[in-house]
Design a protein around this ligand. Sequence first.
Ligand code: HSE
Length: 348
Amino acid sequence: MKLKVALIGFGVVGQGVAKLFAEKKQFLLERYGAEFVITAVSDVKKGAVADPEGLDPEALLDHLGKRGDLTSFPAPERGWDALTTIRRANADVVVEVSWTDVRTGGAAMAHFREAFACGRHLVTTNKGPLVVAPFEMMEAAAKAGVEFRFEGTVMSGTPVISTARKGLRGCEIRGFAGILNGTTNFILTRMEEGLSYEQALAEAQRLGYAEADPSGDVLGWDAAGKVVILANTVLRKPLKLDEVELAGGITRLSERDIQQAKQAGERWKLVAEAQMENGNLKASVLAKRLPLTDPLAAVTGPTNAVTFFTDLLGPVTIVGPGAGQRETAFAVLADLLDIHATLVARQA
Ligand code: HSE
């Protein structure tokens, strides 16, 4: 089955999706009978183009690489803003990978609402609307009868949400704890290896781990947003961003703190967790000095980990990439394939 895709956002993740479509085209067709065609791209900085017959992903990337934007890319339609693209593009699925704002939800709030109002399936890696209004968004999708997937909002393409929601179906998940931000874990690892904070942050930005505004990563807001998403969508407990205890993320740690911990056989980690305490969900994102024997201490670089505390299996831990272009684009691909399989099964 062919699925036509409108890409809202053509930054690190959007370009990663286009790369994967080109690279995996033959494999996806042969293995799953799936064909994904980009019919529109809309990006506030790079411009917008649409073609109901499809845009060649390699040509889009090549043009962007040479010209820096898409404004002169040959296409029958151009200049549509995100909402017009969602309304008018010849698309079955909207892939929303625009700028994330976990505090207000940002422009993505309107993009999500419009996608559901127009009856489009939605795949996203954008945490904003799922942090600010998770139940509204899940209910709007259900009411519209469309598929809604957001695996890439937590730990990039590592299947955390699908494992918790599908693989652990039947278990009661009572809480979770882990490392949920790739940028800060990478910075802590590189600082332990001798880099300064500024050098390590610059490297994380260059490698595409950090958000467009990296203050959300280092102050702990990004990890707190993921705690909120997991609490609402996996634990099904309402939790708001301002209810997550935060203490400056990793910004209060000095190079000296990190070296002192190393000498003592310990490691600083930004630990994100949510647990029931006396009937209330208590959530936090705090820098903690862990002994090397703690399993989380062994999780280094942009790798993340989360342990779900379940009633039937006990603790279940998932370890994998927490950030990165290819890793996050994979989350979009996996979600699209899941929707594809759902729609194929519905047709049968
Ligand atoms: N900036 C995020 C991180 C990207 O470093 O984890 C993935 O959500």
